[in-house]
Write a protein that binds this ligand. Sequence first.
Ligand SMILES: [Ca+2]
Ligand SMILES: [Ca+2]
Ligand SMILES: [Ca+2]
Length: 217
Amino acid sequence: MIGILWILNGITSCFVMAGDSNVVPVSKRTEKVSFQNGVDHYSGTVDTEIWALAPTTLLESNPNASSDANNDGGESQVLIRFDNIIGSSPNQIPKNARIASARMHVSAFDQGSTVNLHRMLVPFSKSATWSSVIDGISADDLEASRHKDSFTFGKIAANSSTIVFDVTDTVQAWATGQANHGWVFLNTGGNGWDFYASEFEETEQRPKLVVEFERAR
Ligand SMILES: [Ca+2]
Ligand SMILES: [Ca+2]
Ligand SMILES: [Ca+2]
């Protein structure tokens, strides 16, 4: 009996060869994909700030976005979605995959109050504004889930601006057929928390979704 272990392109597999013909997997294959605008031809991130004080202004092309419960007197919220993540292409999550982990990474540059990340339950467009979604987004189980997927205290570490959100449960729901409407960042306080959007010139600081999964059998 011979054990073989190899690592290739993020895929870790371990097989034991029984005799000289049958190859028996002894651990499931975990594969990894990531989605970040400008990397590996991906361009599916849609992110925009909506602001109560500029209720019809399109902020989608801004290189940064702020969530702030009191941004100069009106709330700012941030909507984000990664389109085309489920499918049969090599760099997509296959339908019905078991999601081992899903993490959204954003690069924050301004500290703020605690910010909660909620799953969106209704679609939003690139041209969403505070008015178009009717007075912003409410986490009311109608527009966005009451339950929060994840949160940040809004602080930025001295050695890294990257903030990581665990979104495993939501990406699992999408892999098994629920509609992907993205997320909304809702700040709980009046100290704005800002990060670089998908238009930011430095690719590596754009929002990134990293997913590890096992294919359905
Ligand atoms: Ca944007
Ligand atoms: Ca609303
Ligand atoms: Ca701030």
